[in-house]
Design a protein around this ligand. Sequence first.
Ligand SMILES: [Zn+2]
Length: 348
Amino acid sequence: MKVMRLTYQNSLGIVWDQRFTEISFSHPMIRDISKARVRDFIKLAKEKVSFVEIRPEYATKEDLMVVHTRDYIGLLEESSKIPYIGFLDQGDTVHYPGMFEDILLVLGSSFTAIKYSKFLDYVYIPLGGFHHAMPNRAVGFCPINDVAITALKLLEKGERVAIVDVDAHHGNGLQFILYDKPILKINIYAYDGNFFPGTGKIDEIGEGKGRGYNINIPLPLGSTDDIFEKSLEILDLLELYNPSYVLVVAGVDGHKNDQLKSLDLTTNSYNLLGLRIRRIKKTINSSIIAYGGGGYGPMSSLSMVSFLEGLLGRRTSYEPLTSSEDIGKIRRIEKIISRFKTLSNFFS
Ligand SMILES: [Zn+2]
């Protein structure tokens, strides 16, 4: 007798715990916006998309050791006992009482997502995608690197892993930790050599076993929806690479109304990203886990939901598209993409 596997068509799971609305590791001036974004997101998601709500599990201290140093984990644990809010780094990422438990909940969300990703087309973690954290220190609102830990755990299990990291900021921690690992990393972010965190040159292509696996697509500051849409053509490489898992950091802080303004994107861009990931899912049927990434503005939650609507095959347009007057910018992105497509023939 054939055993039937339980699967859903066009199905979406959202990893959710009410605790998420109280968690933010951001600078005190940004913390309330961060929390409001997650609170507004779940309300909007309930109105606009149908999804399965998934309760996250807690990770353990040992899970952090996949990436982070023993000393740094000790610092996180001790900081979490201090009865006031302070900084883990030079003034971006905060510690607060009970932070360590929140970190384990955030990381556990990825492990829960792995389990459900076998049965659902897409699993989304609104509070996750902390791509700046380094093994021994917090960076840019990120106390731990949940994506790097998840990717390495999957690699260890023999999975073929790809990461799509889309955010206004380059995922410097993720790139650093996985630089010599055979995990395809495609990064799309704002770049001018100075904008935080400053990394993300196109010739940072990985080393050792990871050589050729790190693909940086820098967008000029102020890039518009049409430039962003052009940059998504690099995702064709996923079809060639044929991963069993794709982890997507779908950060929405490139929206033109974001507090940390760097790009001139609208909700359209995030919807297009969702649609593109959907197309890839339909072609290669990888398991997909997506993260909320960064987002610090009044349009963040609608941008997140627009992404989910894209995953489910809906083209939505809540705002007029922004477009560039400068055709040269689009040409430059085109050139970078075709260069990487030529270099990446070895995947096939
Ligand atoms: Zn960001």
